[in-house]
Design a protein around this ligand. Structure first.
Ligand SMILES: [Zn+2]
Ligand SMILES: [Zn+2]
Length: 300
């Protein structure tokens, strides 16, 4: 095999014409590295860094352009350079100290669970169904774990760090205590592992794409902007930035990550509008109870 990545890629592209470009690139990477543990570890670490900071960058630019202020959810608050710099340093520290270590154990675990790294990839239909499943499960986990983190000592010693910014910006998505990073991270990585354990039919490329989608969701939810073209205007159960911004603003309610159904069903929606509606519902419930009681007394 060639000693450079480009040389290896050239050979793969020549010898495997039936593969797609992505599959050829994937194979080139694993062939070039010639060490699957290192290849998977580095792939995950680099993907995380590139996608996370790459997705934060447009939001940092948008923050500097006054034209976009009209869509800022909390328009009076624009993060200062100092705040962004402090946040960036903390997130980088967390990436290198907390997340960099477990990443290297990932490939041996993949082998045990039969998670494939071979080409060709599974069909896009199968992958999309798996993304949907992981989104739903992660959201479920995030809702309950996040709600628990708002309980007394858990909030005080762990989750408080994430709430330092009452008006979030992209970079704050992963600004959190290591315990929070690990426990909420389980929702992202843990469910694909459990799924692979039971089905024995999951590809590492699917997990990589899922992690990218989840990073996009988390950074966008912290962006602080609600555009007329934001996804939740077209998909009403999608949470988006508006949902999570209210959580940071009011500290309670809106605990879910991707969808609105848990907060809606369990009556934990945040913000004055949701509070008003909740109080109205309680009032109606109480009045109904009273009416039924009076009717019962009349009949006796
Ligand atoms: Zn919170
Ligand atoms: Zn947040």
């Amino acid at each position: 095999m060639n000693s450079t990545l480009i040389g290896t890629a050239r050979e793969v592209f020549e010898h495997y014409p039936h593969l797609t470009v992505l599959e050829k690139l994937w194979k080139s990477w694993y062939d070039y590295m010639d060490n699957d543990v290192l290849a998977t570890g580095l792939l995950f670490f680099l993907t995380h860094e590139i996608v996370y900071f790459g997705r934060c960058l447009p939001w940092m630019v948008i923050d500097r352009i006054p034209f976009f202020r009209r869509w800022k959810i909390q328009p009076t608050y624009i993060p200062s350079e100092k705040e962004q710099w402090e946040c960036l340093k903390s997130v980088l520290r967390s990436h290198f100290l907390v997340e960099a270590l477990p990443i290297w154990t990932f490939h041996p675990m993949c082998q045990k669970l039969g998670i494939s790294v071979d080409v060709p990839f599974p069909s896009w239909t199968k992958m999309c169904l798996e993304f949907c499943l992981f989104f739903v499960l992660e959201d479920f986990w995030h809702y309950w774990a996040h709600r628990l983190f708002h309980y007394g000592p858990f909030y005080k010693y762990v989750h408080k760090q994430h709430h330092r910014y009452s008006a979030p910006f992209g970079l704050t998505a992963e600004y959190a205590h290591p315990i929070e990073v690990m426990s909420l991270g389980f929702g992202t990585i843990g469910f694909p592992i459990i799924y692979a354990y039971f089905t024995r039919n999951l590809h590492l490329f699917t997990i990589t794409c899922w992690v990218c989608l989840r990073l996009f969701q988390a950074v966008d939810a912290h962006s602080g902007y609600d555009f007329p073209w934001s996804l939740h205007h077209f998909v009403p159960f999608w949470a988006g930035a508006e949902h999570h911004d209210l959580h940071h603003h009011y500290f309670i309610g809106n605990y879910a990550s991707s969808f609105r159904w848990w907060d809606y069903t369990l009556d934990t929606e945040a913000g004055p509008e949701a509070k008003k509606q909740r109080e109205q519902r309680w009032k109606e419930k109480e009045e109904k109870k009273l009416r039924e009681q009076l009717l019962k007394e009349k009949l006796q």
